[in-house]
Design a protein around this ligand. Sequence first.
Ligand SMILES: [Zn+2]
Length: 290
Amino acid sequence: MADTRPRNNKTTDILQAAAEGKYGVVACIAYNVEHIIGFVRAAEIQESPLIIQLFPWAITYSNGLLVHAVAIAARQATVPVAVHLDHCQDEALVRQACELPFDSIMVDMSHHAKDVNLAKTRELIAYVHSKGKSAEAEPGRIEGGEDGLADTADLTGLMTTNDEVQQFLDAGVDTLAPAFGNVHGNYGPRGIVLEWDRLRQIQQAVSAAGVFIALHGVNQFPVSLTRDLISAGVTKINLNRDILEPYYNHVEKRINKVPFTQVMEEATQVVCDSMAEYMDWVQSTGKAST
Ligand SMILES: [Zn+2]
């Protein structure tokens, strides 16, 4: 099958540099403009690459306005910043998103049965590529849900198999989001139990194909575990609640106590500080210019 993957794609370029340099890149959900400003400020201070993600919710809620805001912030940044659509589970919305300034789109059909997931993913990846964007997809199914993604919270997880990895590579995927024990949202009483052998096999297959691994479900991971996963070949580190927790706490503490503009400015700085810390974690600090 012909390689339809787009060249000169910002998400691909950022992840390629990370794979070569053996560091991770934070890919964090932005829900509003304070998040966008705080994330980019951190990237510039840390001289770090960054991927800003939006949920499909952001497209429908803001009629695309938030996507344009991220894209403008990314374009103006002095460091590489890519704009990514996370977990797009609706086929029509994938096509709609292709008309918006995303660099990459996660085509998430993992709520369907395996064979349907593969068939729909293959078709949508071809469409996404034809629009010059790169594609992430999820073979198997990562359990749990996130704020803005409640639809799939009740589905049980399915570990990614070697056959599925090969099928998704054949479908032309640029970034693979495997399920190997990682869970969206909170880990239960069992704690974090990852299947390292499964990850290693997946990594061997995808790196031979020039494809990247996105790690979903990083909530509550200690820094040592995150770094072990980066050493095992993961480059895209999806984060949400952990980075934004200090922001939520700050707003709760300060709202209606000081002028709202002050709350916003303080909270933006809290987001920046939190993001900067995670850039140190994944060791992308200082990597923007290399
Ligand atoms: Zn995810």
